[in-house]
Write a protein that binds this ligand. Structure first.
Ligand SMILES: C[S@@+](CC[C@H](N)C(=O)[O-])C[C@H]1O[C@@H](n2cnc3c(N)ncnc32)[C@H](O)[C@@H]1O
Length: 307
């Protein structure tokens, strides 16, 4: 079994810091799922603790969809019905200072575990994305793009006092100014958005996940597989290793497996770990899966990185 964690005592990132209120038992990595053949692994625990225990320079790509801290008791519209915006305890609003400190801590750790030429994509809304961008600049990341994900067919705004929220922002950054990042330019051009065969723009028109992606259960902020497909194809190659520190329902892992990349995911909530496991198994195990992973998947590159 490959070891991604340091053996010695980890640095304590949490001293005096209670955002997310991780229970003490989450401080130890709990191995929730692994498929060594496809280099897929899930850990149940607090991303801040788990990141602090990781060896440095392990990952080619990080995708992070952190708490947005928008669960404030407001309302929104879902399938024509008025529902609460609350996503769960993990997403409850914090003071700006607490949220920013949280973002600084996990982003600093992601910078440490990224390979020198690796890149990170972070998604967010106005609730947290300005803190994320400022934290990245403070830490010396070099921002490559801010992508607007246009959620085609967004729910209406019930208050009629704002424009309809139809976008999320995804910041793409490299570890530092000197890094030589990977961009699969031709592949993006061949997908084309808005026009096939032309340079891809930073406005991505992608519909939210449909029923099929939620067949094992729902996550309140589940990302569409098409979004992760584009991110992973753009900035990694088969055999690379991808980290998602807030992996929720496992969307990043499912798409990584499909595209023959390795994947390590962290998640605090057992319910979402269970959902991720179901989705990952379905992706890698025939007959449910559409995928037929060939024997010669080049996962060795990723394995070398983790030894
Ligand atoms: C925005 S959601 C991610 C959704 C995911 N992208 C998907 O497609 O399902 C954030 C996730 O982070 C988890 N989370 C919140 N705080 C965490 C922490 N400190 N460590 C690990 N996971 C955490 C939440 O339980 C939630 O599932």
């Amino acid at each position: 079994m490959l070891e991604i964690f340091e053996q010695e005592e980890s640095r304590d990132l949490h001293s005096g810091f209670v955002v997310c209120e991780a229970k003490p038992e989450y401080a130890t990595p709990i191995h929730a799922f692994s498929d060594p053949d496809h280099n897929l692994r899930l850990y149940h625990g607090d991303a801040l603790h788990l990141l602090s225990k990781c060896k440095r320079e392990l990952f080619d790509l990080v995708f992070a969809d952190p708490p947005y801290f928008l669960s404030n008791g407001g309302i929104t519209c879902h399938s024509g019905r008025m529902v609460s915006v609350n996503k769960g305890h993990w997403d409850e609003g914090r003071s700006f200072e607490e949220m920013h400190k949280f973002n600084l801590i996990w982003l600093r750790e992601c910078q440490r575990v990224l390979k020198p030429n690796g890149t990170i994509f972070v998604s967010g809304t106005s609730h947290n994305i300005h803190s994320i961008g400022f934290a990245m600049q403070t830490l010396g990341f070099k921002i490559l793009n801010d992508i607007a994900w246009h959620k085609v067919n967004p729910p209406p705004n019930l208050s009629c006092r704002y424009f309809v929220h139809a976008t999320e922002t995804i910041i793409w950054a490299k570890r530092d100014d000197k890094a030589r990042h990977l961009f699969n330019y031709e592949e993006m051009k061949s997908i084309g958005d808005p026009t096939k065969g032309k340079q891809m723009q930073s406005l991505w028109r992608i519909t939210p996940p449909g029923k099929n992606e939620k067949r094992y259960g729902k996550h309140p902020t589940q990302k569409p597989e098409a979004l992760l497909d584009r991110i992973i194809r753009a900035a990694s190659n088969p055999g690379d290793c991808i980290l998602d520190p807030f992996c929720g329902s496992g969307t990043t892992g499912v798409v990584a497996a499909r595209l023959k990349r390795g994947f390590i995911g962290f998640e605090l909530d057992q319910e979402f770990i269970d959902l991720s496991i179901k989705r990952l198994k379905d992706e890698i195990e025939p007959p449910q899966s559409m995928l037929r992973l060939s024997e010669d998947i080049k996962i060795s590159k990723c394995e070398e990185a983790l030894v």
